[in-house]
Design a binder for this molecule. Structure first.
Ligand code: FEC
Length: 297
């Protein structure tokens, strides 16, 4: 077998508070940012205690390091919107002699605006210098479904209503036949079956103010609806994310918790997979489906 390396890709988070403007500019791809939106984003990171260092990126590094040990292959982190960039990770892999590169994104569901973008960045960086194997989607992976079901069951009681969530995207993806929503519903249904849930629903979160319609319902509106229907106990299971980052720590742990308190709802969420060994084994299994890597005994 030719020499193999893995490029493990994630959204990325600014290292320090002073990096936020450059980070946001990268996300916006050069489109202008209203000053109040920039101030709001800086304030969100600041309220999470991110000043001189960022624990959110440390989770990705811990995941990378554990995956490298689990696979016995070099694994390089490539961030979509921060450093180290996907291109830098690719250069490191090729400099280390990789002839085959496996691309794996720390986001389970395919969309042209999500995994499709990561793929484009990685393929462009590799060019014809190595063979690319790419994990296109993994929301239906049985190990991932089982992991989330196992985290869900202990935090549910007989009155709980489970809400599965994922990052919203501009609604125009539906006109383009994007599989994102179908994949999210398939993952949610599989987890609900596995955990034998009676009462559950799906909602989006983390919509960005870009001036166009986004997929809904948004989690805050959804909590209003659930409260109006008489639900009193809500458990959130974010299926579109795998780690504690801004979208979990702010949008759920801060904003959704505040809304739930106003509505008199009990609200909690599952622990995110982060760098849990069971999750790292799921990731390793995805890589092994692309290349023949012996399993650890
Ligand atoms: O922890 C962190 O510091 C970063 C958390 C973070 C994750 C994340 C994941 C996804 N996003 C996706 C789509 C979009 C689209 C736009 C967009 C905008 C933002 C902004 C921040 C941000 N996203 Fe994000 N996203 C994270 C953070 N995202 C910050 C900009 C400010 C704001 O809206 O609050 C709109 C871009 C544009 O303006 O054109 C679209 C998708 C995911 C899940 C897949 C993945 O992780 O890659 C999809 C984590």
């Amino acid at each position: 077998m030719s020499s193999v390396a893995v490029v493990l890709m994630a959204y990325g988070s600014p290292d320090r508070i002073e990096d936020v403007p450059a980070y946001y500019a990268d996300i916006r791809g050069g489109r202008p940012i209203r000053p109040e939106l920039m101030d709001d984003l800086v304030a969100r990171y600041r309220q999470l205690g991110i000043e001189e260092s960022n624990p959110l990126n440390e989770i990705t590094e811990a995941t990378r390091a554990s995956l490298e040990v689990e696979l016995g292959l070099p694994v390089f982190t490539g961030m979509r919107h921060w450093q180290p960039r996907i291109a830098e990770a690719t250069e490191s892999a090729i400099a280390g002699g990789a002839e085959t590169i496996v691309g794996l994104v720390l986001a389970p569901h395919y969309s042209s605006m999500s995994i499709g973008k990561y793929r484009g960045l990685l393929a462009g960086a590799i060019g014809d210098r190595a063979e690319l194997r790419f994990v296109e989607r993994w929301g239906d992976d049985p190990g991932f479904v089982a992991l989330l079901a196992e985290r869900l069951m202990p935090v549910c009681n007989e009155d709980s209503h489970v809400v599965f969530t994922a990052h919203s995207l501009p609604a125009r993806i539906l006109d383009e036949g994007d599989p994102y929503v179908d994949e999210l519903m398939a993952t949610s249904t599989s987890i609900a079956q596995r955990a034998a849930l009676g009462d559950w629903s799906f909602s989006f979160q983390s919509e960005s103010p870009t001036g166009e319609p986004w997929l809904g319902p948004d989690i805050l509106d959804h909590l209003d609806d659930l409260a109006a229907k008489g639900v009193r106990d809500v458990v959130i299971c974010p299926v579109g994310f795998v780690a504690d980052h801004l979208e979990i720590r702010w949008d759920l742990d801060t904003e959704a918790v505040e809304r739930a308190q106003e509505l008199g709802l009990a609200l909690r969420r599952i622990e995110m997979p982060n760098a849990d060994p069971a999750f790292v084994r799921v990731l390793a299994g995805l890589v092994r489906q692309e290349v023949a890597v012996p399993s650890k005994a």
